[in-house]
Design a binder for this molecule. Structure first.
Ligand code: PMP
Length: 514
């Protein structure tokens, strides 16, 4: 394990495993921000993989009218990507088409949501059939779609996680999980990581620890943040801490089966337990990999120890699988499985229904009973026939098309290619992730680890879009690019994405050199 490398003496950055990195420290002059292996001015617009789908002709509002309506009638709190936001018209699997018929490779899938592909034919057919049969009943009546779905979903979770509550959004799911944790434990305090995001409802806002979403007015009470064990940007981290084919460029002196970074972060967790919460707590909420914070991974073994500490205090452990669930991480169907832990409550949304509003909380019979004793939980749309039919079709497609395996294979392939770019470009500080959840953290230089200024990241982002690649952003400083395509993507798609990203970085360097 090493000290944070922004504090390292300059000479320590000499070591590198990549033959493409020049064996010298980055010089502060602009010309040294890329390596000798990078060819300038030779980039051409990368060629998109073919797509045999033809979109319909756009026949709706003109762009200027859309802008006008947006400004006058839609929430000013909504943020859009790009100075000239994209007006999208149609989607087909991993592809999106704008109102002018331009095609984009969608590598963010509507914020990690379109799990099996835009307008997937099987999911569409099921939705259309159900639409003609029954849209809505209420929880006061039975309809077979909810029972079919409950049986299918529960089969994918280990014992004793077998009782399912259905609702419409990730925030609602985490709201309910907070109630459950408190009802079951008879305690109030809940802990979550700094940088963690669990929703924007008034209740979950107090769990989400991303400054941008924090209110100046008081939100819920009883939630405490604790240090995020971020092995790249955090205080400690080394070269074999995380569960990913790509490790940080920090050096490490730990033996293979020990992780001092994990031990130090656990000390911080204990500190929070000893100083900031009551002796008995309600629970701990955690994303197996942080999404909004820029695909942040924790040291291996951290969650196992943290869960034990939480349970010793009477709390329940909640895995927020809103982004990490449904096979996206490749090696496992659920993110908690990648940490070797068994949560008491699992929350899920986004990819659960490929973009149709749906969410779920899964828990043990015991915790479900504790909730039922405290209140009659009711949700008008939760578990409606449309959502359940679509959710069932999504589960079938993931299985039939081996999408978890595809996430694993294409994910590793792409991670390794992006890791090569990290070796090539000084402004890529870290490449991380698992399966099809990848983060690329942009820095001023590898030694300072300072975030690349937002406007520079935005320009690279825009350049990618102009070459036909849509990717996401994350991190407290919006410094991390997030890649989380639908799980149907192919290796040629990944090659195109890597090529576009590389071209955008070269364009960036050329701008800086002028
Ligand atoms: N949890 C996580 C991990 C999320 O990423 C999000 C949404 N970004 C939520 C909860 C909230 O979900 P929703 O926007 O559907 O309320």
């Amino acid at each position: 394990m090493t000290l944070p490398w922004r504090y390292l003496p300059r000479t320590l950055c000499l070591e590198t495993s990549s033959p493409r990195i020049p064996k010298k420290c980055p010089s502060p002059s602009l010309g040294a921000f890329w390596t000798s292996g990078t060819k300038l001015s030779l980039h051409t617009k990368p060629r998109m993989p073919p797509c045999d789908f033809t979109p319909e002709r756009y026949q709706s509002f003109a762009y200027t009218r859309v802008l006008d309506i947006h400004e006058k009638h839609l929430s000013p709190a909504l943020t859009t990507y790009f100075p000239e936001p994209l007006l999208l018209h149609q989607g087909h699997m991993e592809w999106l088409f704008d109102y002018q018929g331009n095609r984009y490779l969608d590598f963010f899938s509507g914020i990690v949501t379109v799990s099996v592909g835009h307008c997937h034919p099987k999911v569409n057919a099921v939705a259309q059939k159900q639409m003609g049969r029954l849209w809505h009943t209420s929880c006061h009546f039975f309809h077979p779609q909810i029972h079919e779905y409950a049986e299918k979903l529960s089969a994918l979770l280990p014992e004793p996680l077998k009782v399912i509550f259905l609702m419409n959004s990730g925030s609602e799911a985490n709201d309910l999980a907070m109630l459950m944790a408190r009802a079951h434990s008879h305690n109030t305090d809940i802990i979550s990581f700094r940088g963690g995001y669990h929703g924007s409802s008034p209740y979950t806002l107090s769990l989400s620890n991303v400054g941008l979403f924090k209110m100046t007015l008081p939100s819920g009470t009883g939630c405490q943040s604790t240090m995020c064990p971020d092995v790249f940007r955090g205080l400690w981290g080394g070269s074999h801490c995380r569960d990913s084919p790509v490790q940080t460029i920090r050096k490490c002196t730990c033996a293979p089966d020990c992780c001092q970074a994990k031990d130090r972060y656990i000390e911080q967790f204990k500190d929070t337990l000893n100083t900031s919460v009551a002796k008995s707590i309600a629970g701990f909420f955690v994303e197996p990999i942080q999404g909004v914070n820029g695909v942040v991974q924790y040291p291996k073994g951290f969650l196992k120890e943290a869960f034990k500490l939480v349970r010793e205090r009477g709390g329940v452990c909640v895995a927020d699988e809103v982004q990490t669930g449904f096979g996206r991480l490749g090696s496992h169907f659920w993110g908690f499985q990648t940490h070797g832990v068994l949560p008491d409550i699992v929350t899920m949304a986004k990819g659960i229904a490929n973009g149709f509003p749906m969410a779920a909380v899964v828990t043990t019979p015991e915790i479900a009973k504790s909730l039922a004793k405290s209140l009659c939980h009711f949700n008008t749309f939760g578990g409606n026939p449309m959502a359940c039919a679509i959710g069932s079709a999504v589960l079938e497609v993931i299985k039939e098309e081996n999408l978890q395996e595809n996430s694993h294979e294409v994910g590793i392939y792409m991670l390794l290619k992006f890791a090569e770019l990290r070796d090539e470009f000084e402004i890529i500080g870290d490449v991380r992730g698992k399966g099809l959840m990848i983060g690329i953290e942009m820095v001023k230089d590898k030694m300072s680890c300072q975030p690349l200024p937002r406007e520079e990241v935005s320009q690279i982002h825009e350049d990618c879009k102009n070459m036909g690649l849509l990717i996401g952003r994350g991190g407290i400083f919006s410094q991390t690019f997030r890649i989380a395509p639908s799980m149907c993507v192919t290796k040629p798609d990944a090659d195109f994405a890597v090529e576009v990203f590389r071209s955008a970085l070269i364009q960036h360097m050329e701008r800086k050199a002028k």
